[in-house]
Write a protein that binds this ligand. Structure first.
Ligand SMILES: [Zn+2]
Length: 196
């Protein structure tokens, strides 16, 4: 009984499977299929990718397109954020005067002032005050002004709101929003909403 191990390989010429004794590995023998001399080597795993090349190419293209879209989206978001910052800056910079048409609330038919903090004499109450002008010729209902309360370094530390049930055409609303943060050093309008 032979202890010799039989190995499987393939002909280097015709690719047909051939079997040979383990000791014969590396030797050259004639292929039983095509008769050509071939080295007796273990069958190597096929190098062909399991996924067709076309699929790989399409996948890579799809990924590139996705990444491109993602980058474009991020650039767009960054630009919007920058523009928003600039608009806020414009409101703060007007310092008491009514903001110019570039402010984001002009689109909504409002003209807003800068916001100042007012201490109520004889109490510890602080209010954020300013004006919102109705620049349209229609009466506005259920107005709400939302403010960000800022500390001395300009970081947001809270919010404040005020409401107005109606605002006549071209009228000015002097809003007064209670500020609860003891460290408040400023405030800015972040939204004006209107009930339909
Ligand atoms: Zn062969």
């Amino acid at each position: 009984m032979s202890q010799t191990k039989t190995l499987r390989g393939e002909c280097q010429h015709c690719g047909e499977p051939i079997q040979f004794a383990a000791e014969a590995v590396g030797l050259t023998a004639d292929c039983p299929h095509c008769g050509q001399p071939t080295e007796l080597l273990l069958a190597t795993p096929r190098q062909e990718p399991t996924v067709p090349m076309k699929t790989i190419v399409f996948t890579v293209l799809a990924i590139l397109i996705l990444i491109g879209g993602l980058i474009a989206a991020m650039v767009a978001v960054n630009r919007l954020q920058r523009e928003a910052e600039q608009r806020r800056g414009a409101i703060v910079a007007t310092d008491g005067r009514e903001a110019q048409a570039a402010d984001p609330f002009a689109r909504l038919g409002f003209l807003v002032s800068a916001v100042s903090l007012e201490k109520t004499p004889g109490s510890s109450l602080v209010h954020a005050t300013g004006t919102v002008r109705n620049r349209t010729d229609r009466r506005r209902f259920g107005l709400k002004v939302e403010l960000e309360v800022l500390d001395s370094s300009g970081s947001k530390i809270g919010t404040a709101t005020d409401y107005q049930s109606t605002l006549e055409p071209q009228a000015v609303w002097n809003f007064k929003a209670l500020v609860l943060e003891a460290k408040a050093a400023g405030a800015r309008i972040v939204a004006i909403t209107e009930s339909p």
